[in-house]
Design a binder for this molecule. Structure first.
Ligand code: MLT
Length: 328
């Protein structure tokens, strides 16, 4: 948390971030920062009684209940893009500004997705594990080339677009499903990509990559039926939100050979409990590191610090989600 230059007046509660966005504001505000604050509802509630700003990652559940206990809160700054952990409607009703960092970490997520795609196609993880054990198995790790294959992108926002450009440079064809866009959308035409209905994309793509926010509509968008509709040689990648995938459905589809492999950077529960996907030879699992590059984190921190500082000094926020100044 940050707290204010006004003695004893708490200004911001904050989940742990590295680098810390509080270094500059800390000269002016009292700060309360603790890495596990997201997991201590009572402590968070207590600190929020006097806080003017709350800075969170994706783990702190900012509910209407919690906000009701924060009478002085002016801004909730989300150090990231996904807003599924914040009740934005409740914040708006209370006149609290919500900001995020949409331009800070999209490249990092797109690059990780590309890396996972290559890792799946060339069996990099099992090939490394076997070689590190002292074996030399070349034929076993014969992979596939991505050039000439079709990448199906579900959700064509910032990250989907960055991924499309990079995959095209690798010689891939791009198919897109996004309910808000159509074939004639300039974003799709410019890339000479093909818009497809969801089911057609699943059947047509060699690799399906998911880039949608988690909402009531997208919860378990990918379940057994969707995986079974993919090509048996296909790969599935999720670097968006874990709740978009039903993991038991994915595990069953993999077990039955309905698709060739999957890579998940995000999980239904984080951290996850060990289940059918852990240790599966055709699955790559990473601990929600999509946004974790030094450059991306630096941009995230700068964006958060700038907007908190602006709002607390009466200026409009730049990366606001609802409105740019507090209305309380
Ligand atoms: C995001 O939503 O920006 C990423 O998933 C990273 C994060 O939540 O920390």
């Amino acid at each position: 948390m940050l707290t204010s230059g006004i003695p004893n007046r708490r200004t911001a509660a904050m989940q742990d971030l590295t680098p810390s966005p509080i270094e500059a504001p800390a000269n002016h505000y009292a700060v309360y920062q603790r890495s596990n604050l997201w997991n201590s509802a009572d402590e968070l509630r207590t600190e929020l009684k006097t806080a003017r700003a709350l800075i969170v990652r994706n783990q702190t559940c900012v509910t209407s209940d919690l906000l009701a206990a924060a009478p002085q809160l002016e801004i909730i700054a989300r150090a990231g893009v996904g807003l599924d952990n914040i009740d934005v409607e409740a914040a708006s009703q209370l006149g609290i500004v919500v900001t995020s960092t949409p331009n800070a970490n999209s490249i990092a997520v797109a690059e990780l997705t590309l890396g996972l795609m290559f890792a799946l196609a060339r069996h990099l993880v099992p090939a490394h594990a076997a070689t590190a054990q002292g074996t030399w198995q070349r034929q076993e790790f014969t992979g596939v080339e991505l050039a000439g294959q079709t990448l199906g992108i579900v959700g064509f926002g910032r990250i989907g677009r960055l991924l499309a450009v990079r995959a095209m440079a690798c010689g891939m064809h791009i198919a897109i499903h996004d309910p808000i866009l159509t074939q004639t959308a300039s974003e799709i035409e410019t890339l000479q990509a093909k818009w497809l209905p969801f089911e057609s994309l699943l059947a047509a793509a060699d690799v399906v990559s998911c880039h949608v926010p988690l909402t009531a509509d997208t919860h378990h968008l990918f379940d057994y039926g969707q995986f079974a509709a993919m090509r048996p040689t296909g790969f599935f990648i999720n670097t968006s939100r874990g709740g978009v995938v039903c993991e038991t459905g994915l595990a069953r589809a993999l077990q039955e050979g309905r698709l060739a492999g999957a890579a998940l950077d995000v999980r239904e529960t984080e951290p996850p409990t060990k289940g059918a996907l852990e240790g599966h030879e055709n699955v790559i699992l990473t601990p929600h590191i999509g946004a974790f590059t030094e450059a991306a984190q630096q941009r995230v921190v700068e964006s958060v610090a700038r907007d908190v500082q602006r709002v607390l000094t009466g200026q409009p926020a730049t990366e606001y989600v609802n409105f740019d100044r507090p209305r309380r």
